[in-house]
Design a protein around this ligand. Sequence first.
Ligand code: ADP
Length: 519
Amino acid sequence: MSNNSIRDITEDSKGNILIGTSHGINILDPKTDKITHYTEKDGLINNTVYGILLDSNNGIWMSTNGGISKLSLEDGTFMNFTISDGLQSNEFNGRSSFKSKDGKLFFGGINGFNVFDPDSVELSLFKPEIIFDKFEVNGVAEKYISSKKLKSTDNNIKVSFFTNDYKNSSSAKYYYNLNGGDSEWEVSNSNTLLFANLSPGNYTLKVKAITQHGVSSEEACVDFTIKRSFWISNLAIFIYVIIIAIIIYLKINKLKKLDQLVNKRIQELRCEMKKNEKLFEKIIALEKNKNNYFVNMSHELRTPLNVLNGLNQLIKGLSKKDTFITPDKLSYYMDVMERNCSRLLSLINNLIDYAKIENNSYTLNKKDENIVYLVEEIVLDMKDYIEGKGIDLIFDTDTEEKEISCDKLEIERCIVNLLGNAVKFTPEGGLIEVLIQDLKDKVKISVKDSGIGIPEEKQSMIFDKFNQVIDDNSKQKNGSGLGLTITKHLIGLHGGEIYVESKVGEGSEFIIILPINNN
Ligand code: ADP
């Protein structure tokens, strides 16, 4: 029900119960128990329904507070009659309606009553036309807004219109629909419509007028658009999407770069670790070699000490027994003791010198020397010793005089060491050559033998005592000194170099290259 205040009840020829209320008329279909109601919104002239009468065609006539309305249930349309159609007044009263036997309808109001034959009521068939009059946007008058695209802030629209039914314009009802027919038609008694705070979008305003006698005008339309504000426009959304995509892309790129940097760093660290591992292994190997060397060296030191100790015991024992020691024997023992003492001294001197060279505290006492003379002197000094071993010795030079700045004693020591080694590793009947060659700003001294030779894999090790594996020759030949190691360092201190060329079974050649001026 549209309202609880009931003013009249009646039944039509189809059995529908018609209930007039203070807010429209209700039609109850007893078969379905469904109620349909009609109010001003649907075309009823006034919502206060006083009396309901039916004509011979099942037309429903109602007296109201605003005139008389006729409702055709078939199509739900209304026809309205007012004082201008000859009614006593627009206001009617309750309990004042009556239908006579000849079908005439009586309605009583505040100024008498009206009686009429419903079948012969004169109707105006004039079809009105809607004409848009004025538009206002945000209170500012606009000539027209049709097809206009308004700013998002221009969203308060006022539309005024009129009909060409000037006579009955006040009794016509206007219907409008802002969304092009999708939503319900709204009714308006006024010919001015105000739409406030419209959201962005496309709008079609449709307006139609229905005269009081139920004649509907054509729909009048006006289209307009309220644009979205830039911040929510398609372009802005597109820009946001692009910006977000760029930010994501940059972030991903940054992450990728970081990842690459981390991977690179990891690789570098791995490489460094590998290098360190190798270095560590090298250092451990070096330490092992040093240990081995010192173990060997201890044996070497012990051997002459044992000899000395043995001889000491022997001489003591002999003197206790009052045994006569012949001068020859004593001299022999003294020789052996002297040799062993000098060997001990040489070993210890080598050790001390090596330590000094390692600590960079070894100093040279350089002077200008004739190197040819210096080497020749050494060769001559050792000539008897070498030839006594059944080895031939040749000295050859392409220059008589070559002055170089050097420490005479240290160069002597190097040549003696090389010659000593040559003798040690050359069998009887062999040949040792000492050759000098003038290279202008350098001089080449070579000590060449026809001895046992050095295997290729050993050649790089012999100059670094601590790097070499246990040296069989060294053991055999009672070596274990630091000869070549010290020699290489001494030549290095002179700014020169030493290297070896050798073939097993054919002999070895040690070559020293010395600059003439090495300051
Ligand atoms: P050592 O005093 O133990 O001989 P060096 O440093 O003088 O020490 O020599 C190192 C090693 O080099 C020797 O043990 C030997 O194996 C090898 N060597 C040196 N000179 C010769 C050479 N002329 N012929 C063959 N091998 C040699």
